[in-house]
Design a binder for this molecule. Structure first.
Ligand SMILES: Cc1ncc(COP(=O)(O)O)c(C=O)c1O
Length: 476
């Protein structure tokens, strides 16, 4: 079957947003220029989108002011689905000990250069701007600190996030967003909403060790699916696992700028992944922690865009893109929204209001986009400088990923070398790296190292990479 023309696909995308209340009556519709920029479409396509929506009676053109939303339908409410209780006794055992021994060894050492962080250096974040917005929030509402934060989060922030999601072609109505303590809480909530202890959850391999720790803490079994730096999750391998004897209750995927590989799944793979999970009744949990750090102006599409059956839970974070200290993330759990809301309330209650007010005030302004643009450019340069230095100093045969954004490089050493030995040797001279061993329980990444590039390149960083190279040479 032929797919509808691009302008109609986009018009339908915005129609969904109007129907679900993400875009509300009386609000300004995204300008033609913004649509051209965010969806990489021509002027005539963007104009056709507006004509189509005007034709459907939901847009009103006001002379010299732009287009405004006219007639929203009632927000759709999907029914809550409670996970049926299920008894299964097996648990996943293993990764936590290894991860905590690595973290503990790092805490005990005196670190001079830290390559293990996925965050940017503090000076790259808009801290002054956020501090000013915080001060203003406290001045405006003198009772702010004396009032409990609202359960699902600040409405203005939820609205800003919902609007931003439209650019990556995801319709996440503000009413269905819950603000969380980072993506860590969002993923915990998603898993608690849809799984029972003993259930099996599939993950990419390698994947962020924090996800493996969460799974273990919830007594879930883990199945690792091969994933490459080139195109992310291997769909053939996943298909085989889904058709196997072990039912897979959920799958956690980082489709954009995967941690640690930096891979971005092609759109066709994203669409197929959503379809496969639908076919097998596997709940898809999308972790979009790094998507906003892509090098290009054009936003990456999310898996959520292809989620026709509301079978996907979207989790994201502002901790890498905006300010790690405020620990804000969010979840849009679709049909599990009510359950997630209940779990959030029982577990931690609403997040504090001051940071949410400050962040939403900043994210509404054009300077937020300007800030992101600057940050992306800086990170591109830092990754390139670090990569060049690694290839210069590390042993012959070393390979380094070339991610299209983010703060991470994945370094594959010659197989005879040990990342764990390098980790311990480097700590002794005040350098911290992350050994590949902790990104999987499958013992396949003992020759890999994750290097964070969030800190501006300097002679000190160059010297530290040179030292790592020497330590590797000493391994023989
Ligand atoms: C892929 C991924 N998901 C989730 C998290 C946790 O994010 P947060 O700090 O927002 O809890 C991280 C942090 O490094 C991550 O890399």
């Amino acid at each position: 079957m032929n797919s509808p023309p691009l302008y109609r696909q986009l018009a339908n995308h915005y129609l969904d947003a109007i129907r679900s209340g993400t875009l509300k009556t009386g609000e300004r519709f995204p300008s033609i220029r913004l649509m051209m920029e965010k969806h990489a479409v021509s002027l005539s396509t963007a104009v056709q989108v507006c004509r189509e929506l005007e034709g459907q009676g939901v847009l009103e053109a006001r002379p010299r002011s732009g287009n405004f939303i006219r007639q929203p339908d009632k927000p759709q409410k999907s029914p809550t689905v409670m996970t049926p209780p299920k008894v299964d006794s097996g648990v996943y055992v293993g990764i936590h000990e290894q991860v905590s021994s690595v973290l503990k060894a790092s805490q005990q050492a005196s670190i001079k250069v830290n390559f293990s962080s996925a965050y940017c250096a503090p000076e790259l974040y808009p801290l002054k701007i956020l501090q000013n917005h915080m001060a203003k929030a406290l001045r405006t509402d003198q009772h702010l600190l004396g009032t409990p934060g609202s359960a699902c989060g600040n409405p203005a922030l939820r609205q800003v996030l919902a609007r931003r999601a439209l650019a990556s072609k995801a319709n996440l109505p503000a009413e269905r967003i819950v603000i969380t303590n980072g993506a860590t809480e969002a993923i915990n909530l998603a898993l608690r909403a849809v799984t029972q202890p003993g259930d099996t959850v599939a993950v990419e391999s390698p994947t962020f060790y924090g996800l493996l720790q969460i799974l273990e803490s919830l007594n879930l079994r883990v199945l690792e699916v091969p994933t490459t730096a080139h195109s992310g999750l291997n769909l053939l391998a996943l298909e085989q696992l889904l058709s196997g004897p072990e039912p897979i209750r959920a799958m956690i995927v980082i489709p954009n700028l995967q941690n640690p590989l930096g891979s971005i799944m092609p759109d066709t793979h994203k669409a197929r992944l959503v379809e496969l999970c639908d076919e097998h009744g596997t709940v898809l949990i999308e972790d979009d922690t790094y998507g906003d750090l892509v090098d290009t102006e054009l936003p990456l599409s999310t898996l959520k865009h292809w989620d026709r059956h509301d079978n996907l839970i979207y989790c994201a974070s502002l901790n890498k893109t905006l300010a790690p200290g405020i620990r804000l993330g969010w979840i849009s759990a679709g049909r599990w929204h009510e359950r997630v809301e209940m779990l959030k309330h029982t577990q931690t209650r609403g997040c504090e209001a001051m940071s949410q007010l400050a962040v939403s005030a900043f994210m509404k302004t054009a300077s937020y986009e300007r800030y992101l643009r600057r940050l992306r450019k800086t990170l591109t340069e830092q990754r390139q400088q670090m990569s060049t230095a690694i290839l210069r100093y590390f042993p012959a045969g070393t390979r380094v990923t070339e991610p299209r954004g983010g703060t991470l490089l994945w370094v594959e050493l010659p197989r005879s070398l040990s990342a764990m030995t390098l980790f311990h040797d480097a700590l002794k001279v005040g350098i911290q790296i992350t050994p590949g061993d902790i990104f999987s329980n499958a013992k396949r990444f003992g020759h890999c190292v994750r290097i964070g590039c969030g800190t501006p390149f300097s002679p000190r960083i160059d010297e530290a990479l040179k030292t790592l190279g020497q330590l590797l040479a000493n391994q023989g």
